[in-house]
Ligand binder design. Structure first.
Ligand SMILES: Nc1ncnc2c1ncn2[C@@H]1O[C@H](COP(=O)(O)OP(=O)(O)OP(=O)(O)O)[C@@H](O)[C@H]1O
Ligand SMILES: [Mg+2]
Length: 346
């Protein structure tokens, strides 16, 4: 019986391609902890995100490839993930936050907060470490949508601890002011508040920090872009915006502050508002289209009840739509040009 060698196993794995990165898993450096004991082979496939939409497919391809090597009797492929950082070191977000994604739109009420909360929940469900920063200091919606009604505690080192629900760490001005009290801050104070949310909150290790932006293209957008290098932005739109004006404004704003548009989401898609506008818009501006979220009463109910629909009904079509978009978003982040991985010589 032929002896199984590391070289033979790696040779077989070189035929397994990551469909997004268009490279084989060996040269990408995904193969870790390879152990061969007689006919038993075990290794970890360490992907760039736990939200990889094709992770089970890659796992199976890797298993099958190695199983075909002469002498191999049993293959154990563990899935792992190491999310890479898109932020330069020494930025205001700190070394522990790997990616910052603004959820924005050209106008109010299109579902930014709803998408931010549900995408955060969908990413967390894959095992990613997720944070949600509510940058809407004038009308914070995150506390109600997350079902959090308490004050953040001090971490003991002069910093504050984020509040946690549904596996997501969050911070919001809404946790600090009395319900119904208007927040009347001017630009500089808003800038300071956002700065504190990055610098003075004990986030810990975060793979994806989603930022729920306020409506419009004002102070918070500019502040945020000045404070931290954003990985990119997700633009939420509604299907009927055929004029494209609002989305054009949002995309224009991103481009002005040199923030990459990671994709467009069409929210409230269906009979009432129509469907297809989001995709057309994305095409018109040559940015990726991430998918549509249907208009569903359970989405609003989840938001009002503080249990995102992705958590309350994970198997519902709308939760699946959020999960699919979260996977595409994570893949879009992992395949950004800036991330191009060095080819490993093995
Ligand atoms: N797909 C959906 N189906 C049903 N209701 C939805 C959907 N998306 C959002 N909603 C509801 O629409 C309303 C507006 O959504 P949301 O607050 O998320 O918008 P927003 O863009 O964050 O608004 P603002 O600009 O005021 O911050 C909420 O009541 C929300 O529950
Ligand atoms: Mg909102």
């Amino acid at each position: 019986m032929s002896e199984v060698t590391e070289a033979a196993v790696l040779e077989a794995l070189r035929r397994v391609q990551d469909p997004d990165l268009h490279r084989d898993v060996v040269s990408l450096g995904f193969v870790k902890d390879l152990k061969i004991c007689g006919g038993q082979v075990g290794f970890t496939l360490e992907l760039t995100t736990p939200a990889c939409p094709v992770k089970e497919q890659l796992q199976e391809q890797a298993r099958a490839a190695v199983a075909a090597v002469p002498g191999v009797e049993n293959v154990n492929v563990r899935l792992g993930a190491a999310v890479r950082s898109s932020l330069p070191s020494g930025n205001a977000a700190g070394a522990s936050i790997k990616n910052v994604i603004a959820v924005t739109s050209g106008k109010g009420g299109v579902g930014k907060s709803t998408c931010a909360v549900n995408l955060a929940a969908a990413l967390a469900a894959t095992g990613a470490r997720v944070g949600l920063l509510d940058a809407d200091v004038y009308g914070p919606n995150v506390p109600v949508m997350m079902g959090i009604h308490e004050n953040p505690r001090a971490a003991g080192n002069g910093r504050i601890l984020p509040l946690e629900a549904h596996g997501i760490k969050t911070i919001s001005v809404g946790y600090m002011v009395e319900d119904g009290q208007p927040v009347m801050w001017r630009g500089p104070m808003l800038h300071r508040a956002l700065e504190q949310f990055f610098q003075d909150v004990e986030w810990g290790e975060i793979d994806y920090l989603l930022v729920d932006m306020p409506p419009g293209t004002g102070d918070a957008q500019i502040s945020l872009a000045q404070l931290v290098p954003l990985t990119g932005a997700v633009v939420v739109t509604m299907p009927q915006e055929v004029s494209l004006t609002d989305v054009r404004r949002a995309i224009g704003m991103c481009r002005q502050v040199k923030c990459e548009v990671l994709g467009v989401i069409e929210n409230m898609s269906g009979e009432i508002f129509g469907t297809g506008g989001g995709e057309k818009t994305a095409e018109a501006f040559s940015v990726p289209f991430l998918g549509s979220i249907p208009l569903e009463p359970e989405v609003r109910r989840g938001g009002d009840a503080g249990v995102p629909v992705v958590v309350a009904a994970p198997d519902s079509p709308v939760a699946r739509a959020f999960a699919e978009i979260a996977g595409k978003l994570a893949a879009a982040i992992a395949t950004r040009k800036a991330y191009e991985l060095p080819i490993l010589e093995v």
